[in-house]
Design a protein around this ligand. Structure first.
Ligand code: GLN
Length: 494
C-alpha cells in the first residue's frame, strides 16, 4: 500500500478495502520506525491526525468523498496549520502555535485529506540540503550519509521513504525540484500566483510558490487540483480559471502519445558544471522522449549564468524585509535578558536566527541600502526581466523545455555546509524559472551510482496540465518513479 498511487489509495478507501484510520495508522507506524533516524517530521500530533482520519471515514461512509478524502499527507512546516506548532525550521518560531490555517492547509482539509504532521526544512526555506534547520539535518532515504536536498528536505525524505502518501513543499529557487531530484520523486513548482501564499511563511515573496511533492505526475495533478485556485487573501494570487490537471493523463499512453511535441534543450544546461553521471541519465531520458514521438530542438537561455547572482540579490532583499517582523515583540523568540528595547530586538534576533538566515538579512539589507540600491537591487530587477525574456523567446521555438534539475546527485552531509557559494550552485538550473514566474517540475529519470537523478521540465505560464501530461507519458513507459529505497527497520521495531 505504501507504494500505491493516490488514485489507488482513493479507490481502496472508496471500496472500503481499508479505512482512512487504518491507512493513516500504517503511515504513522512507518514514521515511528524510521523518523527517529531520518528526521523528516518535526511535529506530530497523532490525536489530531487520527481525528481527521475518523472524520474522513465518516465522510466516505456518507458518500460525499472527494478524490483525496482520507489520504494522509505530510505538510512542510512553512505552512501555518491551526493548533499545530509551526516553526519554519527556526528557533525563532520554536514555540509558535499557528492560530489559523494557510490556504494550502485549508484546501487539503476541505478535501478531507489527513495531515500526518509537519516536515523539517531549512530555516525559513533558505538552503539546499536541509542542514540549516534548527531541528537538525534530514537523511536522504537512499543513502543516510547524503542530504535530501532542500529546503523542503523533510517532505522530500518523507515522500521517498514512503512516510506519507505525498507531501507539500515550497519552491523559491528550487526547493521542490532539487530535493525531488536528489530523493527520486516527482515535484512540481506551479506558475507564480497559481497557489495562494496566504499563511505560508514568507521568505522571498515574489518568488515563493507552493506545490506538490509526490511519487508520480498523476499524484501531483490530483494534488494541484486541490491546491490551485484564486484566493483574495494573497494579493499576488492570480484569478486563473479552475482547471482539472488530470484531464489529459488518460490520453498519454499508446503509440507515440507525444507526437507533435517540441522539446527545447537549452545548451547552457548541458555545459560545464553538470556532473557526467547526471548528464548521461538526462540524455537517456531525452532519448526515451523521442521514442514517445517528441521532437527535440536546441535552444538557448543566454542569461542562465546570471540567475544565481540575481537571485542572491533579490531573495535576500525580500527576506530582509519579510523577516523584520521577528522582533521579539509580537511573536516568536524573545531574549530572556536585555537592557532596553533596542537590546531586546538585537538579542532576540541574534539568538532566534541561525547563521544562513543572518547572512541573508545582512546581504539583503546591504543591497537595499540607499547607496547600493541602484547598483545591486535595481540591476538585479533589470536582469530578472532579461531572464524572463529568454524564456519568452525560447517558447517561440518549443512547447516545453527539458534539462537536468540539479547539477549533481545527493552530496554528503557537511560537504558544502561551509561553502555557501557551492551550496547556492545547486539551484543553477531551477532558479531561472522562479525569477520568470514559470512552472517547473522534476521527475525521476534514473540513478547514478545508486543515487536518484531528476529530469527537469519547464513549461510556459499556466501550462501545468501539459507538463503533467508530458511527465505522465514518460512514467507510463518507465518505472523510476516507483522505485523506493530499501529501508531496514531499526532493531526491536517492526
Ligand atoms: N536553495 C535556494 C535558497 O537557499 C532556494 C530555496 C528555496 O527554494 N526555498 O535560497
Amino acid at each position: 500500500m505504501i507504494n500505491s498511487s493516490l488514485k489507488t489509495l482513493s479507490q481502496m478507501l472508496a471500496k472500503k478495502e481499508i479505512s482512512s484510520v487504518e491507512m493513516t495508522q500504517t503511515f504513522l507506524n512507518r514514521i515511528h520506525q524510521f523518523n527517529p533516524t531520518i528526521n523528516a517530521y518535526i511535529a506530530l500530533d497523532e490525536a489530531k491526525t487520527l481525528a481527521q482520519a475518523k472524520a474522513a471515514d465518516a465522510r466516505i461512509a456518507a458518500g460525499n468523498a472527494e478524490p483525496l478524502t482520507g489520504i494522509p499527507f505530510a505538510q512542510k512546516d512553512i505552512f501555518c496549520a491551526k493548533g499545530w506548532r509551526t516553526t519554519c525550521g527556526s528557533k525563532m518560531l520554536e514555540n509558535f502555535i499557528a492560530p489559523y490555517d494557510a490556504h494550502v492547509i485549508s484546501q487539503f482539509d476541505n478535501a478531507g485529506a489527513v495531515n500526518l504532521g509537519k516536515t523539517n526544512m531549512d530555516e525559513f526555506a533558505m538552503g539546499s540540503s536541509n542542514e540549516t534547520s534548527y531541528f537538525g539535518g534530514v537523511k536522504n532515504p537512499w543513502n543516510f550519509d547524503r542530504v535530501p536536498g532542500g529546503s523542503s528536505g523533510g517532505s522530500a525524505a518523507a515522500v521517498a521513504a514512503r512516510l506519507c502518501a505525498a507531501a507539500t513543499g515550497t519552491d523559491t529557487g528550487g526547493s521542490i525540484r532539487q530535493p525531488a531530484s536528489l530523493c527520486g520523486f516527482t515535484g512540481l513548482k506551479p506558475t507564480y500566483g497559481l497557489v495562494s501564499r496566504y499563511g505560508m511563511i514568507a521568505f522571498a515573496s515574489s518568488l515563493d510558490q507552493a506545490g506538490p511533492m509526490a511519487k508520480s505526475a498523476e499524484d501531483c495533478a490530483m494534488m494541484l487540483n486541490v491546491m490551485a485556485g484564486f484566493d483574495e487573501r494573497d494579493s499576488t494570487s492570480l484569478n486563473h480559471p479552475k482547471e482539472d490537471y488530470t484531464r489529459g493523463l488518460a490520453g498519454m499512453s499508446g503509440d507515440k502519445p507525444l507526437k507533435g511535441l517540441k522539446i527545447g534543450l537549452p545548451k547552457e544546461y548541458f555545459a560545464d558544471g553538470l556532473d557526467a553521471g547526471v548528464a548521461k541519465v538526462v540524455q537517456d531520458a531525452i532519448v526515451e522522449y523521442r521514442k514517445l514521438g517528441a521532437e527535440t530542438v536546441e535552444i538557448s537561455l543566454p542569461n542562465t549564468k546570471l540567475s544565481i547572482p540575481v537571485y542572491y540579490v533579490l531573495a535576500p532583499a525580500e527576506a530582509s524585509s519579510n523577516l523584520s517582523r521577528y522582533d521579539g515583540v509580537r511573536y516568536g523568540h524573545r531574549a530572556a535578558e536585555y537592557t532596553d528595547l533596542t537590546d531586546m530586538y538585537c538579542k532576540s534576533r541574534a539568538e532566534g536566527f541561525g547563521a544562513e538566515v543572518k547572512r541573508r538579512i545582512l546581504i539583503g539589507t546591504y543591497v537595499l541600502s540607499a547607496g547600493y540600491y541602484d547598483a545591486y537591487y535595481l540591476k538585479a530587477q533589470q536582469i530578472r526581466h532579461l531572464i524572463a525574456d529568454d524564456f519568452k523567446q525560447a517558447f517561440k521555438e518549443c512547447d516545453i523545455i527539458m534539462g537536468p534539475t540539479a547539477p549533481s546527485t545527493a552530496f554528503r552531509a557537511g560537504e558544502k555546509a561551509d561553502d555557501p557559494v557551492a551550496m547556492y550552485l545547486q539551484d543553477v538550473y531551477t532558479i531561472a524559472t522562479n525569477l520568470a514566474g514559470l512552472p517547473g517540475m522534476s521527475i525521476p529519470a534514473g540513478f547514478d551510482k545508486g543515487l536518484p537523478v531528476g529530469l527537469q521540465l519547464m513549461g510556459n505560464y499556466f501550462d501545468e496540465a501539459r507538463m503533467l501530461d508530458v511527465a505522465h507519458a514518460y512514467q507510463q513507459v518507465t518505472d523510476w518513479h516507483l522505485q523506493m529505497p530499501d529501508l531496514k527497520a531499526p532493531e526491536g521495531l517492526k
